[in-house]
Design a binder for this molecule. Structure first.
Ligand code: UDP
Ligand code: MG
Length: 324
């Protein structure tokens, strides 16, 4: 059995060697062959140099390098598309995902689970981080149609079936947490403790986290649009009632002019709501716009001659992709 390990790397020159060493260490006593599929996501440091060296030294290592930074989602897609294994592990190359978990994952895989998810416990995390994560997940899970779990990220083992299912989803806006959950299949969970990043720095800023949250909500349902319909309907009913009341009052008591405060708050309030929902509608249209362009998810600048299985995704989405 061949096990592929997909490692997206962005500015990880100091971590690559160690990440691969850990994978080898973790798999040497397991009854599998391993291949490493490194995806350099347009790093500007020595990541590509390190990958060339590694691939020259170790025939089990293959890599591809993007023409620019396309983001981790694209890097993972490319890695999955180029992995040939019967099972595929996706893990970060910054040493935050313990390779030692592969053994437990493989055991679950052998039991017949198509997805074996690594769940990070939050011991040792800052309080504020734990709290904000909890709030985020409780909000998002209420809003979205697939289930997201706290501590569950991209670190997981996928069977060939699950991998092909992911590759067959051609969407341009890839919110992988949702995609993993959407494909379903029997899923098992293994827990691990959080590891602090040793070298380099995390590329997530607060702004990116916020964008990610909004992506999560908008990629997987149309509830915000539904909300607009309900709220619009509610306000319309309210204003009809108010108009009837105003006309009735004018008939009974004659026309009285005060009402400046009511007027200005109604105008501003409704104006604000309209703008917000225009924004939501705009977000969806923006997504449609990007999907209809059918651009490739990534462009490869250099690779160690990997066969491309992103084919599956490409047939549906992007005729004439240059990838591979
Ligand atoms: N990564 C990537 N492209 C990016 C940003 C990150 O391929 O644009 C990789 C990065 O090299 C690492 C993984 O994705 O292997 C997770 O990144 P990071 O450590 O920045 O995220 P965090 O661990 O904070 O979620
Ligand atoms: Mg990290």
């Amino acid at each position: 059995m061949l096990l592929s390990v997909v490692l997206p790397c962005y500015q990880e020159e100091r971590n690559i060697e160690a990440a691969w060493a850990q994978v080898l260490e973790a798999t040497k006593s397991l009854p599998v062959d391993v291949e490493g599929v490194f995806v350099d996501d347009g790093s500007t440091d020595g990541t590509l140099l390190r990958l060339r060296e590694l691939a020259a030294r170790d025939p089990r290592v293959r890599y591809l390098s993007f023409s620019r930074n396309f983001g981790k989602e694209s890097a993972m897609l490319a890695g999955l598309g180029h992995a040939r294994g019967d099972a595929v592990v996706i893990m970060d190359s910054d040493l935050q995902h313990p390779a030692s978990l592969i053994e437990a994952m493989l055991a679950k895989h052998a039991e017949g689970y198509d997805q074996v998810v690594a769940r990070r416990t939050r011991t040792g995390d800052r309080r504020s981080r734990t709290l904000s994560a909890r709030i985020y997940y409780s909000i998002v899970n209420r809003l979205i149609d697939v289930r997201l779990d706290d501590g569950v990220g991209d670190f997981r083992m996928l069977s060939r079936t699950a991998t092909d299912a992911l590759l067959a989803m051609p969407e341009y806006n890839r919110f992988s947490k949702g995609l993993f959950s959407w494909i379903g299949y029997p899923t098992a969970v293994v827990d691990y403790d959080n590891l602090a990043r040793v070298e380099g720095r995390s590329s997530w800023s607060l702004r990116r986290l916020l964008d990610y949250g909004i992506d999560g909500i908008l990629s997987f349902n149309n509830k915000p649009l539904r909300l607009a319909v309900y709220l619009g309907g509610f306000i319309t009913m309210l204003s009809i009632g108010y108009v009837i009341w105003v006309i009735g009052a004018a008939l009974v008591y004659g026309v009285t002019s005060p009402g400046y405060v009511t007027l200005i708050s109604a105008v501003l309030g409704i104006g604000g709501i309209q703008l917000a929902f225009l924004g939501i509608v705009g977000e969806y249209i923006g997504r449609i716009y990007f999907e209809t362009k059918r651009r490739p998810h990534y462009l490869v600048k250099e690779s160690s001659g990997l066969p491309d299985r992103t084919e599956l995704a490409r047939q549906v989405s992007t005729p004439g992709t240059v990838a591979g």
